[in-house]
Design a protein around this ligand. Structure first.
Ligand SMILES: *[C@@H]1O[C@H](CO)[C@@H](O)[C@H](O)[C@H]1NC(C)=O
Ligand SMILES: *[C@@H]1O[C@H](CO)[C@@H](O)[C@H](O)[C@H]1NC(C)=O
Length: 307
């Protein structure tokens, strides 16, 4: 991950969204096939802490005192829908970070792009926090973090974390409910626009992850293990520099580029998805960089054109 940020959260009051059940939204995850860990991913680092399970369809990622670990997709993708069902470690997990993200920092070290989910562990009786972020074109001076509580215990069952990325916008979804939309607007200036690989990593974020680093990892509770399954990687496969030839010749709008999520149904959110987005943000978001006047003397330009 590019930058470890710790700052005082600009806390907004939560309206206790749990008084209403999660709204029904389109099941985008049902549109795309599941792919096996063995077929689409390989070990990124951490050796034996990457443990394939269920005949290689799923994987356990382990963090212990010696090492964290990570996996990475064999292909890079330009636009698409990327998803995994994740079950997080239970118990005391302060300082633990499980990230599910897209990045091309190995191919473009100077101008990399990144789209991040980061799940931040908790102390006893406290909840996991979900942080989202994006970087584009190597501009890492402005992190665009937003933080949410979840409306479920993410260590009890599997939940789906998904990224939709096309030329119009980037949508972060949890169990198919959009929690964040980043428009590809003029104001956004830098927007992720080069192929990326899909990663998941588990690591020690003691110095920042839980209450700004006040609660480090306690390895007495190790090993910490997350399980990932039901992967979906429906993108335009690419070898890094260019979208691959199989992406061309389609009906997509970009000079014949066939983009699997470029259709009208992926260009804007439906009414249902908009109310899901409002539900999640009103009830569960407790930090947005756009509300953090202490951090920015000049607010990032996209903050003034929010819908
Ligand atoms: C990537 O694919 C493109 C198009 O097929 C090709 O021109 C280019 O040489 C490839 N690059 C690498 C690094 O393999
Ligand atoms: C993104 O653009 C759409 C369409 O113009 C608009 O309805 C929506 O509010 C915008 N979202 C954000 C977060 O600015």
């Amino acid at each position: 991950m590019a930058v470890l940020v710790s700052f005082v959260a600009a806390v907004r009051p939560l309206s206790h969204g749990l008084t209403q059940p999660p709204p029904g939204t389109e099941k985008l995850t049902a549109l795309f096939p599941h792919v096996a860990f063995d077929d689409e991913f390989s070990e990124f680092y951490g050796g034996e802490n990457v443990r394939r399970v269920d005949n290689g369809s799923a994987v356990n990622l382990v963090l212990d005192k010696l090492s964290g670990c990570g996996i990475r997709s064999k292909s890079m993708f330009y636009h698409g829908f990327f998803s995994a069902a994740v079950k997080l470690p239970s118990g005391f997990t302060a300082g633990v970070v499980l990230a599910f993200y897209m990045s091309n920092n190995q191919v473009f070290p100077k101008n990399h792009d990144e789209i991040d989910f980061e799940l931040l562990g908790h102390e006893k009786q406290k909840e996991w926090v979900l942080q989202t972020n994006i970087y584009a074109d190597g501009v890492v001076s402005t992190g665009r973090e937003e933080k949410f509580y979840l409306w479920f215990d993410p260590a009890e069952e599997f939940h789906e974390y998904s990224i939709l990325w096309n030329d119009h916008h980037i949508i972060f979804l949890v169990d198919n409910i959009p929690i964040r939309e980043v428009n590809h607007s003029e104001a956004m200036r830098a927007y992720p626009s080069k192929p990326m690989s899909v990663h998941s990593t588990i690591w020690d974020g003691s110095d920042w992850a839980t209450r700004g680093g006040k609660k480090p990892i306690n390895y007495e509770y190790a090993p910490f293990m997350a399980t990932l399954r039901d992967f979906e990687l429906r993108g335009c496969a690419s070898n890094g520099s260019e979208p691959s030839p199989s992406c061309y010749g389609g009906t997509g709008s970009h000079e014949g580029l066939l983009d699997p999520v470029d259709g009208r149904e992926f260009a804007t959110l439906s009414e249902e998805q908009r109310s899901g987005l409002a539900w999640a943000r009103n009830g569960f978001m407790f930090y947005s960089y756009c509300d953090d006047a202490k951090r920015f003397t000049v607010m990032p330009p996209e903050c003034s054109v929010r819908g």
